[in-house]
Design a protein around this ligand. Structure first.
Ligand code: FAD
Length: 382
């Protein structure tokens, strides 16, 4: 049963915020250990969060994109690593299956992305193919009734926890005038023979979030692993990223919000020169400025989500939200460290973690430079 039926988007987000408040010291322990306890996924499943983007007919909550953005913000304000795990699972992976999966594919995979047994992974990036995603070299070739998959996907979020990877691989050859030709999305079971999950990457931030390479060596899958049509995978990936970018904007907003809340509280308590440092204009005005940016970022993200809910184009708006929110989050989290002074630089206080975690948001799901290219394409004639 949908535990949120009849609730508004804000009420849904408030329920998740209430749960996230209880995470407490677990966050610091998990970040220190560099791994996420699996039970957390079970709790998210119980809350309905993992299935938020999945329609009720497929067993999910069928919540709006606006609700999902608000929930991701709440999760990120409490724990950025958890927010990205959910964003990838429920945003890109489940979202792609909902949009392009056959009834059999949805019935096979969506329950496993919602029941807390794991979280899904999405594989576009390769060691030599990042921003220029159409240059990917991972391949799929037919062999009788099977497909044989080869290639390495780099920096895969959730790889260690995922039942499946939605992997973009090329069928046939690209041509100079059609670099996207042949790119096809496959749902690869990660327990299949020939799949190797690499050692987790050691990162600057988001330490509890898993980021690992996935290597496919002659992995055999059936035709039922093809998501959408052969050769149409690039469009599937780009649509997934459009939606995913709203999620990353929401993640950046949540991280910034959490850091600014800590900075405001600290500025009020910390006294120097006989008064709270919040009395000093050089502390007050930057906080006012970053809070304003935070609100502007949230409005951009909610606009993109609302357009998506209306079934209207939102590619440019999602990129604007991701670009602005992720860059505003750099400024907000750096300010928070500054307001804390020397304490801000110490592991004991969560602001240094916020600054490290926020850094990834200008990079993944398309760097800021790539967002500017997308925005320019959407506002300028080709
Ligand atoms: C923590 C983390 C998790 C990730 N999770 C996933 C995942 O789950 N799945 C997945 O597929 N990928 C994932 N990625 C990969 C991520 O999406 C890529 O790192 C990103 O798209 C950039 O690709 P790249 O690292 O190869 O950089 P490059 O593409 O090599 O870019 C290097 C620099 O050049 C700039 N640049 C490139 N092209 C242009 C251009 N045309 N104009 C101007 N500047 C340009 C870039 O903006 C960047 O500053 C993850 C990355 C990180 C850090």
């Amino acid at each position: 049963m949908n535990p949120y039926a009849g609730r508004t988007e804000r009420e849904l987000a408030a329920a998740v915020a209430g749960w996230a408040k209880g995470l407490g010291p677990l966050v610091a322990t998990a970040e220190e250990a560099g791994t996420m306890p699996r039970e957390i996924f079970v709790e998210l499943a119980r809350l309905g969060v993992l299935g938020m983007t999945v329609p009720e007919r497929d067993g999910g909550l069928g919540a709006s994109a606006v609700a999902f953005a608000l929930v991701l913000e709440e999760l990120a304000a409490a724990w950025a690593s958890l927010a990205v795990a959910v964003s990838v699972n429920s945003g890109i992976v489940a979202g792609s299956l909902v949009r392009h999966g056959t009834p059999e594919q949805r019935a096979r995979w969506l329950p496993r992305l919602m029941d807390g047994s794991g979280v899904g992974a999405f594989g576009l990036t390769e060691p030599a193919s990042g921003s220029d995603a159409a240059s990917l070299r991972g391949s799929a070739r037919r062999d009788g009734d099977c497909w044989v998959l080869d290639g390495t996907k780099a920096f895969i979020t959730n790889a260690r926890y995922a039942p499946c990877l939605v992997a973009l691989l090329r069928v046939g050859e690209a041509t100079a005038d059609r670099p996207h030709a042949g790119i096809t999305a496959f749902i690869v079971p990660l327990d299949a023979k020939g799949v190797t999950i690499g050692t987790p990457e050691r990162k600057l931030g988001l330490l509890a979030s898993d980021t690992s390479a996935v290597t496919l060596e002659a992995v055999r899958v059936g035709n039922d692993a093809v998501l959408g049509q052969v050769g149409k995978g690039f469009a599937i990936a780009m649509a997934g990223l459009d939606a995913g970018r709203i999620g990353i904007a929401a993640q950046a907003i949540g991280i910034a919000r959490g850091a600014l809340a800590l900075a405001r509280a600290y500025a009020t308590e910390r006294r120097q020169f006989g008064r709270p440092i919040a009395d000093f204009q050089m502390i007050r005005f930057p906080i006012a400025r970053r809070e304003t940016e935070l609100d502007a970022a949230r409005l951009l993200a909610l606009r993109a989500a609302w357009l998506r809910d209306q079934g209207r184009p939102f590619t440019g708006e999602a990129s604007m939200a991701k670009l602005y929110a992720s860059e505003a989050a750099q400024r907000a989290t750096h300010l928070a460290v500054q307001v804390f002074g020397g304490y801000g630089y110490m592991r004991e206080y969560a602001v240094e973690r916020a600054a490290r975690d926020a850094r990834a948001t200008t990079i993944y799901e398309g760097t800021s430079e790539i967002q500017r290219l997308v925005i320019a394409r959407s506002v300028l004639a080709a």
